[in-house]
Design a protein around this ligand. Structure first.
Ligand code: HAM
Length: 416
């Protein structure tokens, strides 16, 4: 037997049903806000991710599935969706057709991380991007939509954390201040990654996954206290709007996010019920990204939810009971059973026949196990007259009637 790849899962029911429920809820909620679906390839040129996510990020440094194609071009399985969506947005010239584009996508992403509960190497995201709008109202709308979506899938108690990462105007000075502060601390108390980050990406030290590093840097200057007036006003307005919408949040000055394209508003939805991998969604503003990829200088904001993590928190979706199960009392009724099942499906009913065959008793057991509301029995008498013995599986009563009438009764769900 060939085993599956570590960190790559097969999704059977009920998990696959939860994924379908998540996608259906996404379509429903995002449509209310004017989002349309975009599907992009799962493989892109490696350079796209290096330039978008940042060379110094964990994702680019350690987690990408990168390989040469047959012509030795470096390709990468997408570790996230934003970069590919922006590439598609620029290539399609969408910006010249509409001033604001609202795009959502879902599908598999790939990161070579250590698998554990809620953390896979192939995982799935629901991703939303709003391109072309720079206002704080847009930020509040995107965040409010995320929380509405989480409620729609039955997750009402996720907590929302917010931060502002400043902009091209104020972040360089803050970054220098932070690096200076971190250099003044004892280097040996930081992990190896953070010792490097102090020079290459000091903000990432603030949200290092190793608690010791975070504690060591506890007294670091806070970014929100060093933002320029534009960033402060923008963020204050976002907070004011969320309060007006009664969306509860907490400010988290350590919320830096793992990808380098973020600026100004960043956010995460967190759950206390799924163990260490508590972030169920994350996102933020990325105003310089599209320009850095060779597109127009347009702002953007978005988020992605991890579907595996949503699935861990969701109630099991209700399964629909089949309407019928056709049992052949006589072997020669097999074709008739098949044709009757197809006739019922053509009328919108759901159900099955005993494909694996078996004795009458075994077929009745299969009918019971299927949970069908009605059982249709076909024996020599029914074959001869074009009738069917319709059995109400709840009441246990049965009655012979013409096939067309049986179908009508099943549709009406009337007890016989
Ligand atoms: P991210 O925070 O890297 O952001 O991922 C978003 C969500 O994907 C996480 O909150 C988590 O639920 C899920 N996730 C990430 N890695 C894994 C994993 N290995 N296994 C299971 N779930 C995982 C982004 O990807 C950004 N592109 C979001 C964004 C969109 N920002 C702006 N627009």
């Amino acid at each position: 037997m060939i085993s599956g790849i570590k960190g790559f899962a097969d999704l059977f029911p009920p998990e696959s049903s939860r994924f379908t429920a998540i996608e259906t809820a996404a379509h429903r909620v995002f449509a209310r806000y004017g989002y349309v679906e975009l599907r992009t390839p799962i493989v892109e040129h490696t350079d796209l991710f290096c330039r978008s996510l940042g060379e110094e990020t964990d994702v680019v440094q350690k987690e990408m599935y990168t390989f040469p194609d047959r012509k030795q071009r470096s390709l990468t399985l997408r570790p996230e969706a934003t970069a590919g969506v922006m590439r598609a947005y620029i290539a399609s010239g969408l910006h010249s057709k509409e001033s604001v584009s609202k795009l959502f996508s879902f599908g598999p992403m790939f990161r070579y991380e250590r698998p554990q509960k809620g953390r896979m190497r192939q995982f799935h995201q629901i991703n939303c991007e709003c391109v072309g709008a720079h206002t704080p109202q847009t930020d509040a709308e995107v965040i409010s939509m995320l929380m509405a979506f989480l409620r729609e899938v039955g997750i009402a108690d996720a907590s929302l954390q917010l931060n502002s990462l400043g902009c091209a105007e104020c972040r360089p000075a803050y970054r220098a201040l932070l690096a200076e502060y971190l250099r003044s601390l004892e280097a040996a108390a930081f992990c190896e990654d953070c010792r490097r980050r102090v020079e290459t990406n000091p903000l990432r030290v603030l949200d290092c996954k190793i608690a010791g590093c975070r504690e060591h840097a506890a007294g670091a200057p806070r970014i929100m206290e060093h933002g320029c007036q534009g960033c402060r006003e923008h963020f204050d307005c976002v907070l004011e709007l969320l309060k007006a919408l009664h969306v509860p949040f907490t400010l988290n000055h350590r919320l830096v996010r793992g990808l380098d394209y973020y600026m100004r508003t960043t956010f995460e939805a967190v759950s206390g019920h799924i163990g260490a991998q508590s972030s169920i969604a994350g996102g933020g503003r990325y105003d310089g990204l599209i320009k850095s990829l060779g597109g127009p200088d347009l702002p953007g904001i978005g988020f992605a939810c991890g579907m595996e993590r949503l699935s861990l928190l969701m109630p099991a979706p209700a399964t629909k009971r089949p309407d019928f199960f056709v049992v052949c009392v006589a072997k020669e009724a097999h074709n008739a059973a098949f044709l009757l099942a197809e006739a019922m499906r053509a009328r919108g009913l759901a159900g099955d026949i005993a494909h694996a065959g078996g004795s009458f008793k075994s077929q009745m057991r299969q009918a019971d196990k299927s949970g069908a509301r009605f059982c249709c029995l076909l024996g020599p008498d029914e074959l001869a007259t074009g009738a069917v013995m319709l059995k109400d599986m709840d009441a246990g009563e049965q009655r012979s009637l013409p096939q067309a009438d049986a179908i009508t009764q099943i549709i009406a769900g009337i007890d016989i």
